[in-house]
Design a protein around this ligand. Sequence first.
Ligand code: ADP
Ligand code: ADP
Length: 234
Amino acid sequence: DILMRLTDVWKIYKMGEVEFAALKGIDLEILHGEFVVILGPSGSGKSTMMNLLGCLDLPSKGVVELNNKDISKMKESELAQIRGQLIGFIFQTFNLIPTLNTIENVMLPLEFQEEDADSCWKRALELLDVVGLSDKKYNLPSQLSGGQRQRVAIARSLAVDPRVILADEPTGNLDSTTGDYILEFLSGLHQKEGKTIIMITHDPDLTKYADRVVHIKDGMVDKIEILKKNNEAM
Ligand code: ADP
Ligand code: ADP
């Protein structure tokens, strides 16, 4: 069961007269329920990949399909819905709103879904409980440690119950112990709830929970390593 399929995907950035190919003919399939790590050094094209996988950008050439539909042929409203409901995004820099407290940050995506304030609050509190932070609900992001901030960001990404979590260097700003905890948490979401996890990183140490590791080099797939058989997907 294929979630995303990239077929001969190119991304060419144009800077005036100069063109630069950041992705050069990527072929890749991502299955429902898989934990995939996209691993590559700085400049290899990971962020460009993330933007395509998150339906934040379209390829210059080639096809990106989501659930067998070409994303280039979708309306902006359909893409917005995918970004808002199918995919939960997690970033290296957490991207919390600094003026909102923990529970308000988690409630934000729910408010866009026009749920009433009471049910938003209840759902956000449940999610904070899941990440072990219900006692920090009134803290501002600046009053949390890095690991706690990332847990708030994870709770927020889970608010709309996305099938897919797209994480860009989620442990990049954390010490290794805290980073391990975050990885284990993501792995738990994959194992217990069957979420598809797509994690992008430059760090080979972060691949231990992955079903597959896609090595990216100079905008191309260098090799694909299968670490675990994914029962649900295979
Ligand atoms: P990574 O995330 O692996 O560091 P990126 O996808 O950010 O790689 O970048 C891949 C290559 O594309 C780099 O050489 C970078 O300089 C280039 N690049 C990225 N974004 C742009 C852009 N908007 N315009 C021009 N070149 C870009
Ligand atoms: P770590 O070293 O694990 O990143 P910190 O030393 O930053 O953790 O934080 C330890 C505890 O202190 C956490 O429970 C955090 O919520 C709390 N804390 C950190 N900074 C503040 C702050 N500015 N105001 C209130 N509580 C804080």
